[in-house]
Design a protein around this ligand. Sequence first.
Ligand code: GLA
Length: 384
Amino acid sequence: MSGTYTIPGPLQPFITDKAIIVRSPGRINLIGEHTDYNEGFVLPAAIDKAVYVVIEKNESDTIVLHSTDFNETVEYSLAAIKPVFGHWSTYILGVADQLQQRSYTIGGFKLAVYGDVPLGAGLSSSAAIECATAFALNELFGLGITRKELSLIAQKAEHEFAGVKCGIMDQFASLFGKKNNVIRLDCRSLDYEYFPLELGQYKLVLLDSQVKHSLASTEYNVRRSQCEAGVAAIQQQYPAVKSLRDVSLEMINGCINTADIVYRRCKYVVEENIRLQEGCTDLLNGNVEAFGKKMYATHEGLSKDYEVSCKELDYLVEQVQHTPFVIGARMMGGGFGGCTINIIQKEEADALIEKITEKYRNTFQKELKSYTVQIEEGTSVILK
Ligand code: GLA
C-alpha cells in the first residue's frame, strides 16, 4: 500500500523489503482545552507535521530502536521493558509494554523513527510517536486492534511511561484525523463527528513561543487532581455526578467556595464545554468571527482561572487581540509554553507575523517560529 505521503529522507537507509512505514501526525485543537480528562468535548485535527516509523521483525526477543533526530540506537529486552523517563524511547517502550499487558503477542522488532513535529511545542509529538508505534506493531504482528483501542493503548503508555495523566484528545486526533476536517470528540463516550473546516478568507497559523517550562507535566497532573477534588465536593450534594461533564455553573456556585482555587478550575472547565458546543454551531453557520471570539475567551479562562498560560503566551495573544486581522487566538494544548493558535486573514498574515516576531525578540530575546497549518489524514501505513 502506498499513500499520498512521501517517505522522509532520513528514514531511507532503514527501508528493506520487509519493512512497513507508518505516518502518525501531530495535532492542533481549535477549542476545548483541558476538557478531555473531565469527560467533556474537544475539537482537534491532525496536521501536516508527523512522526514516521520504519519497522520490521528481527526474529529475536529484543527491541532495537533508532532515532534519526537524536542519531542514537538503543536496545532492550522484550521481556524486561521499563520506562526510561525523559528519553525518546520511553514512548515506544510504553506502547510495547501496554500491548504485552493486554496479552497481545509481539516478537522482537527493529524500529527507526523520524519526526518533523516540533518537540515541546504543544503539537503532541509524544502522542504521534505512541500512535505510530501502536499502529505499526498492530500491522506488523497482525494483532487486529481497532483504532479506538490503539488510542487508549497509546494514552496509557503516556500515563505509565511518560508520567503524564493526559486525556484522550491527542492520541485520538492523531489516529482519527481526516483531511480538512476537525473532529468533535465526546471524551466520555468516544463518539465523534467530523466537521469540514472552512475558514474562507482566513487561515490557521501557530505561533511557537519557543518556551517549554519543566513544570508543565507536574502542573498538568495537579490540574487533573484539582478537577477531581471539585467533583468530590459537588458529589456531596449531587451524588449522581461522575465528572465535570455532569456539572453546571449553578452546581459549582452552590457547592464550592468562590475563594477556593478549585472553584476557578471547575468554572473554567464547565464554561469551556459550553463554549465548544456554541462554537460548533458557529462553524456550522459559517460564522468564523463568532467562533474566533470564543477562542479569545478560552485564552482568558486558561490564563486567569485555569492558570496554565505563561507570560510569553499571554503576550502573543495580546499582540493580536486588538488587530482586525486576527479574529481568534489562544494558547493551545497543555500550556506553560508551546504555541498559540490564531485565525488570521490570509493576506495580512505575513506582515503581521513579521511585526510580532520582531517585538517578541525585543521583549523576550527569543526567536518566534510560525507554522501555517494544513489539516491532514490521521495515522496510516505509507509503505508496506
Ligand atoms: C495535553 C494532553 C491532552 C489535553 C491537553 C489540554 O495535550 O495530552 O490530553 O488534556 O493537554 O487540553
